[in-house]
Write a protein that binds this ligand. Structure first.
Ligand SMILES: [Zn+2]
Length: 409
C-alpha cells in the first residue's frame, strides 16, 4: 500500500516553518519527502490532494495516564473503578487520544497492574485503536507513605525490594516504570518537600532497569528529589517545580540523557475548574497556582539551558479529561514563552526521541505517523485542540481517519 500527499505544506517536526511539498508513504514508512519546486513522480494506491493543508507528524503525549478514566467522551467522578470498568475506560482513552491526533504515548503510570501491557499488545496487533504505547504499571510509592499499604512488590523498602519490582515489570513486558519520588502537594498540602526514596534504592533502580532495558519516569518536585531521579538514571522527570538554578544547571549537564515534562495541563485545568460544592479542590488549586507561578520562570530557564521539554499534563481527571491533551501546546506558548513551532517541536520530534522510535518527524525512512491539518498550527497551535480540523490521521502508514476527498488510483 502506498499513499501520496501532494499540494500540502509540510511541518517536519523541527522548529521550522511549514514549507510546500509532497510526501510519499510506502507500507508503514515515509519513503520520500520533496519540497517545492521538486515534486514526487510516483504512482500510489491512494493520492491525497491536501488543498494547501499542513501535513505534520502525529503528536506524542509524554505523560500519559490512560487508566485515569475520564475522557472528553465520558467523565467519571470516582477515581478508582472496578477492574473491568477501568480496562474499558483505558481502552476507550487509547482510541480517544488517537482520535485527537496522538499517535504515540509514553505512560506516566497506571491505576491497575497489567492493564497497559494488555492494551499495548492489543494496539500493536490492531485489535483496538490507539497510539504507540510505552506501557507502565502502578506508580510506585514506598510503604510508610500515607495511604500506601505495605508488603507487596509495589511498595517494599530497600534495594532488594526495588530489584524485585523491576524484575516483575520486566517479566510483564513493560517499557517504563514510574517512581513517585516527591510527595504530591496537590493531594496533601506541602508534601512536595517529602522525599520518598533513599539513595541506595535509586541506585538499585538504575542497575536493575539498565540490566532489563527498562526506562524510568519520575515524579519529582524539589532539588533533592530531582537529584535522586538523576541518580536513578531517569529517562524523564516530571514537574520539578521547586528546583533551584543550580539544579537546572545539573539537569543541563545531563540533557542528552534526560527529558523534562512540566505537566502544566492539570494545573491550568485545576485553576479553571468550578467543582460542585461537595468537592473541595482548594488545596489542589493553591498548589496549582503556586506551581504555575514557579514554572513560568523555571521552564524558560530549562529551555534556555537546552533541556528537551515535552508536553503532557496529567490528563484523565474529570476536570482535565483525556482528549484535551493538545491544550498543553497552547499552555507552552501562553505561559512558558514557546513560539508555536517550538511547542510543535516539543509535541512531535522531541517526543519521538523520548519514545525511542523513528516517530515525530516527517523524514525519509521514518515511520508514517502523520496528521493532515486544516489551518496552520505553526501560526496557531490551538487549532490542534479541534479534532474536526484533523482531516487525516495516519498511524504506521494506515489511516485511522481517512480524508473524505481521498482519490483511490
Ligand atoms: Zn502524572
Amino acid at each position: 500500500m502506498s499513499t501520496l500527499f501532494h499540494n500540502i505544506r509540510i511541518f517536519d517536526g523541527t522548529a521550522r516553518a511549514a514549507r510546500e511539498g509532497s510526501v510519499l508513504v510506502e507500507g508503514n514508512t515515509i519513503a520520500r519527502v520533496a519540497y517545492a519546486p521538486e515534486t514526487i513522480d510516483a504512482r500510489a494506491d491512494t493520492v491525497i490532494d491536501g488543498q494547501g493543508k499542513v501535513l505534520m507528524p502525529g503528536l506524542v503525549e509524554a505523560h500519559a495516564h490512560l487508566t485515569w478514566a475520564s475522557s472528553v467522551e465520558k467523565i467519571y467522578h470516582q477515581f478508582i473503578l472496578p477492574p473491568e470498568e477501568l480496562e474499558v475506560a483505558a481502552t476507550r482513552n487509547a482510541r480517544v487520544l488517537l482520535d485527537h491526533g496522538f499517535t504515540s504515548a509514553y505512560s506516566a503510570g497506571a491505576l491497575g497492574d497489567g492493564i497497559e501491557i494488555r492494551l499495548a499488545r492489543a494496539i500493536e496487533s490492531g485489535a483496538t485503536p490507539g497510539p504507540r504505547l510505552i506501557p507502565s504499571t502502578l506508580e510506585r510509592s514506598p510503604e510508610g507513605v500515607e495511604g500506601v499499604e505495605t508488603g507487596d512488590v509495589f511498595n517494599g523498602r530497600g534495594p532488594e525490594a526495588i530489584r524485585a519490582f523491576v524484575d516483575y515489570c520486566a517479566d510483564e513486558g513493560l517499557g517504563s516504570i514510574k517512581l513517585v519520588v516527591s510527595g504530591e502537594c496537590a493531594l496533601k498540602p506541602d508534601s512536595h518537600n517529602d522525599v520518598l526514596y533513599a539513595p541506595e534504592e535509586m541506585d538499585a533502580a538504575r542497575e536493575a532497569t539498565h540490566e532489563h532495558g527498562l526506562w524510568i519516569a519520575c515524579h519529582a518536585y524539589t532539588d533533592a528529589a530531582v537529584d535522586l531521579a538523576l541518580r536513578a538514571g531517569a529517562r524523564i522527570i516530571y514537574h520539578g517545580s521547586y528546583i533551584s538554578d543550580a539544579m537546572v544547571e545539573k539537569l543541563a549537564a545531563h540533557k542528552d540523557e534526560v527529558f523534562y515534562g512540566p505537566g502544566c495541563g492539570v494545573s491550568v485545568a485545576a485553576l479553571e475548574a468550578s467543582p460542585p460544592p461537595h468537592i473541595d479542590m482548594s488545596s489542589m488549586k493553591n498548589s496549582a497556582a503556586e506551581r504555575m507561578a514557579l514554572e513560568g520562570v523555571l521552564v524558560p530557564k530549562m529551555k534556555a539551558a537546552g533541556l528537551r521539554i515535552l508536553i503532557g499534563g496529567d490528563y484523565g481527571f474529570p476536570f482535565n479529561p483525556n482528549g484535551r491533551n493538545a491544550r498543553d501546546l497552547s499552555h507552552f506558548v501562553q505561559y512558558f514563552g514557546f513560539s508555536p513551532v517550538e511547542a510543535l517541536n516539543a509535541a512531535t520530534a522531541l517526543g519521538g526521541e523520548l519514545m525511542g522510535l523513528k516517530v515525530g518527524q516527517v523524514k525519509e525512512g521514518w515511520l508514517a505517523d502523520l496528521l493532515l491539518v486544516s489551518g496552520d498550527p505553526t501560526q496557531d497551535v490551538a487549532i490542534l485542540q479541534d479534532k474536526d480540523r484533523l482531516t487525516a490521521i495516519m498511524k504506521d502508514g494506515q489511516f485511522h481517519k481517512a480524508p473524505a476527498e481521498a482519490a483511490v488510483a
